[in-house]
Each structure stands twice: as structure tokens, then as C-alpha cells.
Design a protein around this ligand. Structure first.
Ligand code: GUN
Ligand code: ZN
Length: 496
């Protein structure tokens, strides 16, 4: 049993939890956003991150501190919390990212972990190897071996109360990511960042990000707190949370601000292209676009960074509320409409519906069918699995119409796209009580036909009649031949 992480609520593979950080004597509510602080330049002062934005945890780079003698001495003498002026939890990275950018760094895992402990970091990081997407299998395996050796070294270092990250690498090889997750989980380390996704984020490869997270999660235990390293755009937080990520770090708020870029939950806007500020944050309600454009560079950068952070923290709160309300996938579905690559990410998530189904609550508020992708949600997959287990009488009328009192049938079950058939007594239970649009799409009908097939195949000794409303022939092809099929909109004479 992992002691530092407690899960309070789940939705899809997303969770609302508490990460206990002993050395900071605090608990961080997850999903959490860790603003990235560069020890050399404060776009926004760390103290203000807590006060204005409610940040409970931030992340900075121990390698940068280690390498600059003046900051290093101050960090060792006064401690990281005093140095930054932040009394929440602080995570530190190890220089691995510099390693991936510049090819070499001059510190070992032992040295940097001891340094992180000595400056009072609350969550430290070994020197893992960020292994980029699409590289040779041999190199991915060799890199992973090195990363795993470093995690084993990290286990032997005296890190005191400091929690330690166990990064999960493996490039774009799902089996390596899964193996890396299993290995990391078996160490005594505490927090599990999924590494080297930054190049995927930079190329909008949200589908590959989803596959990497899904694979790593198959290896990690259900109680492992998971960080998505270097993912800071609020557009993708809901998607990543739904896959089971608990922590995010954002350098984006500051990097984008430096470039006059304005973050929104549906993408990035350049300040030059905006005529209005579509946001209710304090920056956007106390200035108009012209005010911000006219600011001196420093003030403009700070104003945009503050806006970017407000948007990012608001999205995290929205996600937490969505988990509480059982509406996380509806939120992901909205975000998926922001950009075609986000839609690819959502479709990749749904391709893992069976994996999400394992943590998805059995009952939530209401299932809203809001796009044809909704037909592939884990709740639909679960209903189809359940159809193979339900007790079925000898002859059943499956119908989109009202209950039949026709004596030829032992029972009349309801058929409701996208779920398919179910006993009428379950009509008011989740998710069968779903709100669906009047105008059904093809995906909902196809999913319903799959449900019929699952039920029929699991009950070879029962006889089935299907009464549908205008299902196209191609959809009916999925219904087994031995089902008698009636179109309720035309076959009046066969009905009572
Ligand atoms: N920051 C962004 N990606 C990574 C990674 O893969 N490893 C580490 N240590 N830091 C990162
Ligand atoms: Zn704003």
C-alpha cells in the first residue's frame, strides 16, 4: 500500500486525490498543476503563485541551481523554500531535460539526489534518460535500461523524508512503456512521471501521448500518483486526467507569455490576432487588448503570464468538479472539439475504453451523448460486457418501441442506442438513463447493434425478435441472422 497517495473519487481513469508530502508537512490535492519556476528569472514570484492562484506545489530545476555558484550557496544555506519564498511543496527536476537538449550533463544520480535533499526539495528526481519518440528499438531499450539502473541507484540513496520521482520512459513502444511502468512501480520510489512526452506535445501528437500514458498505466499500480512531465497546455489537461494523470507542470504559462501568446482551453491565440479578451480573469477584466499591447515588454509578459496561469488553474478546478459530478468525459469531449489533433487524442482514449472501464464508476449523474464518439465510451463498452452475463428467458422481443404484451414472447426488452438491449426494469439506472439527441447518428445505431449481437451470441438457446426504427441495412448486418427483424416504421402488420 502506497502511503503518500489517497484517491477520493474517480471518473474514467481520472482521479481526485491527495498527495501527502511529508517534508513540506502538507497535502496537495490532485489533479494539480505545478508552475515551473526558473531560479534565475521570476516571471511571477513564487509567493504570488500560492496567494493569487492557489498553487499548492511548484517545480524548479535543481540542476540549474547546482550549476550556478551564488544560487547554489544560498539554496544550501537558507533552503529552497526560503530561496524561492514559497511555503507549499516544491518538486525539483534533475537536469535530465538539459541532458536531452544538450546531450551531456556533469552530475550523477547520487550527487543530484543528495543535493536535492540538502536544499530541502520535497520531491526529487534521479537522472533519467528522456528517450524521444520514434527512435530505434535498440536505443529505446538501452536508454530504458540506463533509466532503470538510475532508479535502482535512487533507491539506495539516503533521501531522508524527500519523496522521489521514478520517471517512466520507453519512447513510442507501448510494451517498453508498460515494462518501464512495472519496473518503476516495483521500486520503493514514490511519484511516477511519464517522461519524454514534450516532443509529442510540441508536434500536437495527442494520440501518441494517450497511447504512452495508457501503456505506462498498465504497468503502474492503480494507486501510483502519475505526473505528465512537461505538459502544460490547459487544452489537454482534461484528456490527460481522463487517462489517469494526476500532476502537470507548466512552463507554458511563462514561455508563451514571452512570445505574446495567450492560452485558452481551446488553443493558443497570438495577442496580435485578438480584438477582444474572451476570459473572465482579473487581467482580462481590468484591461482591454489595446491596454495590454501598449504595455512595456516586462509588464506585458507578466500580464499574459498571469492570464495564462488563471486559465490553467481554472481548467484544473473545472476538471476536479467534473470528476466529482461524473462528467469528465463530457468535458474531454468538449475539449476534443478544439483542434483536430485533440479529437485524435480523444479517439485514442476511447480505443482504450476497456482499460478506462476498470476504474470508471458504476453510477454517475447522467450520461450525455454529445458526439458520435460518445458511442464508444467505456460505459457503453461495460454495458455490452454485461449483456453477455444477463439472465435471458426463452423468447425475447427487443424493441425500440413500448413494452409489448404479445404472448409469443416471454419478455419485452428495451433497445436504446448506443447501448442496445436491456430489461426494462433497468431503464432508470446509469448509464441507460442517458440523455441522447432526438436525431440518432450511425455510431449510436452501430453500437446498439453490437449490443444486440453480444446478447444473442451469449444466449444460443433463446430466440430473439428485434423491433427497430429505420436502422440502415449496413447496421443490421451486425445483427446475427437468427434474429427475426421487424422495422417498426413499416412492418405494422407484424405488430399488435
Ligand atoms: N521534463 C520533461 N520531460 C522530462 C523527462 O522525461 N525527464 C525529466 N527528468 N524531466 C523532464
Ligand atoms: Zn484572462
Amino acid at each position: 500500500m502506497r502511503e503518500c497517495f489517497e484517491i477520493r473519487a474517480t471518473d474514467a481513469a481520472g482521479r481526485l486525490g491527495d498527495l501527502t508530502v511529508p517534508s513540506a508537512d502538507t497535502t496537495v490535492e490532485t489533479p494539480a498543476l505545478l508552475p515551473v519556476i526558473n531560479p534565475h528569472l521570476d516571471t511571477i514570484e513564487p509567493g504570488q503563485l500560492g496567494e493569487e492562484f492557489g498553487a499548492e506545489i511548484l517545480i524548479t530545476n535543481a540542476y540549474i541551481i547546482y550549476n550556478s555558484s551564488d544560487v547554489r550557496e544560498r539554496a544550501l544555506e537558507d533552503g529552497l523554500h526560503d530561496l524561492l519564498g514559497f511555503d507549499g511543496a516544491i518538486m525539483t527536476d534533475s537536469g535530465s531535460f538539459q541532458l536531452s537538449e544538450y546531450g551531456e550533463i556533469s552530475v550523477t544520480t547520487e550527487e543530484i539526489l543528495e543535493f536535492q535533499r540538502d536544499i530541502g526539495s520535497d520531491i526529487g528526481t534521479p537522472v533519467d534518460i528522456p528517450t524521444p519518440p520514434d527512435i530505434d528499438r535498440e536505443r529505446a531499450e538501452a536508454d530504458l535500461e540506463t533509466t532503470q539502473e538510475r532508479l535502482e541507484i535512487a533507491e539506495t540513496v539516503d533521501t531522508g523524508e524527500m519523496l522521489v520521482n521514478a520517471p517512466v520512459q520507453g519512447s513510442t513502444y507501448p510494451d517498453l512503456r508498460e515494462q518501464a511502468g512495472r519496473h518503476a512501480d516495483a521500486t520503493g520510489l514514490d511519484v511516477f512521471p511519464i517522461g519524454a512526452v514534450v516532443p509529442m506535445m510540441n508536434d500536437y501528437r495527442y494520440d501518441d501521448m494517450v497511447d504512452a500514458v495508457a501503456a505506462a498505466k498498465r504497468g503502474l499500480g492503480a494507486d501510483a500518483p502519475v505526473h505528465l512531465f512537461g505538459a502544460g497546455h490547459p487544452m489537454m489537461f482534461a484528456l490527460a486526467v481522463a487517462m489517469g494523470c494526476d500532476l502537470f507542470d507548466s512552463a507554458a504559462y511563462a514561455l508563451y507569455a514571452r512570445d505574446d501568446r495567450y492560452l485558452t482551453v481551446s488553443g493558443t491565440q497570438h495577442l496580435a490576432d485578438l480584438e477582444y479578451l474572451p476570459c473572465p480573469c482579473p487581467v482580462c477584466t481590468s484591461h482591454d487588448v489595446d491596454d495590454i499591447r501598449a504595455m512595456p515588454d516586462d509588464a506585458r509578459e507578466t500580464a499574459l503570464a498571469r492570464h495564462n496561469l488563471h486559465v490553467s488553474f481554472a481548467e484544473i478546478r473545472r476538471i476536479k468538479q467534473a470528476i466529482r459530478a461524473g462528467r469528465l468525459l463530457e468535458l474531454v469531449e468538449q475539449r476534443a472539439r478544439s483542434h483536430p489533433t485533440m479529437l485524435d487524442g480523444y479517439r485514442a482514449l476511447l480505443a482504450h475504453a476497456d482499460q478506462l472501464e476498470r476504474t470508471d464508476p458504476v453510477s454517475k449523474g447522467a450520461f450525455f451523448y454529445t458526439s458520435h464518439e460518445s458511442a464508444n465510451r467505456p460505459e457503453v463498452v461495460r454495458h455490452h460486457e454485461r449483456l453477455a452475463r444477463l439472465a435471458v428467458p426463452d423468447s425475447v422481443f427487443l424493441t425500440e418501441g413500448d413494452a409489448s404484451s404479445d404472448e409469443r414472447y416471454d419478455a419485452s426488452w428495451r433497445v436504446r442506442p448506443p447501448f442496445g438491449p436491456f430489461p426494462r426494469a433497468l431503464s432508470r439506472t446509469y448509464p441507460l438513463s442517458a440523455e441522447v439527441p432526438q436525431h440518432q447518428d450511425r455510431s449510436a445505431l452501430e453500437a446498439a447493434a453490437t449490443g444486440v449481437r453480444r446478447l444473442v451470441e451469449a444466449n444460443p438457446d433463446s430466440s430473439f425478435t428485434l423491433g427497430h426504427r429505420d436502422w440502415p441495412a449496413a447496421v443490421l448486418e451486425d445483427v446475427p441472422d437468427r434474429v427475426r427483424v421487424l422495422d417498426l416504421t413499416t412492418d405494422f402488420e407484424s405488430l399488435e
